[in-house]
Design a protein around this ligand. Sequence first.
Ligand SMILES: C[S@@+](CC[C@H](N)C(=O)[O-])C[C@H]1O[C@@H](n2cnc3c(N)ncnc32)[C@H](O)[C@@H]1O
Length: 439
Amino acid sequence: MSLGEDTASDRAKRLAGEVGDAVRPVAAAARDQVIPPGQDDPARIVLFRRVLLSPSRGSRRRTTIRRMSAAPDEAAAAAGVGDAAEVDAFAARIFQQVLDGMEALAVYVGDRLGLYRVLASGDALSIDEFARRTGMHPRYAREWLEQQAVSGILTAQDDGDVVRFRLPGAHAEVLADERSLAYTSPAARMLVAAASRLPELLEAYRGGGGVSWEQFGADARDAQGDMNRPWFERALGAALAGVPAVHEVLSRAGARLADVGCGHGWSTIALARAYPGAEVLGVDVDAPSLQAARLHAAGMPAVSFRLAAGEDLADLAGTRQNGRLDAAFIFEALHDMPDPVGVLRAIRDAVKDDGVVVVMDEAVADRFAPDGDEIDRIMYAYSLFICLPDSMSTPESVATGTVMRPATLDAYARAAGFSGTEVLPIDGFAAFRFYRLLV
Ligand SMILES: C[S@@+](CC[C@H](N)C(=O)[O-])C[C@H]1O[C@@H](n2cnc3c(N)ncnc32)[C@H](O)[C@@H]1O
């Protein structure tokens, strides 16, 4: 090779430098235009924090690129940048997405190997101490610790002889405190559940089949259960108590309640704790979920679980022998069900005319818009990778998807024999909306 001739590595370095130079000013301009989260509504901010875990947000090297609107020319004009800058900014945005995705996988490692739980002690640990306490291979321990530090999750202090890594208290709450409303690390499990099924998903996108909840496996189940658990444990009782018409029914002596699509049972348990005079039946089609639910509810005689479809609720609840139920709930599950009208019809038959039926589902916008907010964005992503293929794994599914608009639910309710729906005044409950189905 003669002097002055580029090696592949030189060319790659130069290109990286050029891209960096082009992108940096655009990124800085875009960063300044980002709407401060404080101007949004609190429920959406909670979701933003819950779901779009972004450990390096606000840290020294974070680059936030404003999302392209439906009208790129207008966006470009408003931003005062030309096409080339727009291309660079968009390239930077896609790069940022890949970076965030890869870093989310590293969060998964910390979550699933119990690394954050060890670090939650607050101790500043050397690589060797950390490897000993976690049982992780020292070479991988070093790589993970350094990766966590450069991504802004851990702090690293070099005292000359040894570098010590520490998890700040606020980060420990988000990553390792399963009782906190800010607990967000399980979201990375949902990403992994989806990614590990991509071959089947691609097949389904072409052929119209699906990937079942069972196939998504423990990562999806555990993510779902653990993300909703603190909300049910800490906020459900107070939320329902704040709606007198619902609270009165649930407070009836000997009230009989059903929780359809109960998953890990945290909502079933929360209902029983909030209404100690009630009997609560959790129903789900997924056996491993119910196995976990039974463990969670051990020692609670008022709680029972049945492995069955919501479509069979009237029979399950023993309505012929015991009379009809006082209330039924579906928490973040109706949009997954292949036959939502069938389930709602069974609920309509099983619940007393003066009872209550409540559906908690995603607080998506009323209609599709290309500049949808973070809730619509994350729900479309969940829909594409988890909920829609899950629903479509059953033949003849109506294929609702995670983005179940209020009008869709209202149509399902009316088709099932209800007179309509109303939105309950429960705000700030993660990214959920509570609907009451009217008799
Ligand atoms: C997204 S998970 C929600 C679980 C739980 N409600 C929560 O909030 O964590 C949806 C649940 O609905 C269940 N499911 C789907 N179709 C059902 C049906 N027809 N009858 C009963 N459960 C069903 C699934 O097995 C899964 O556990």
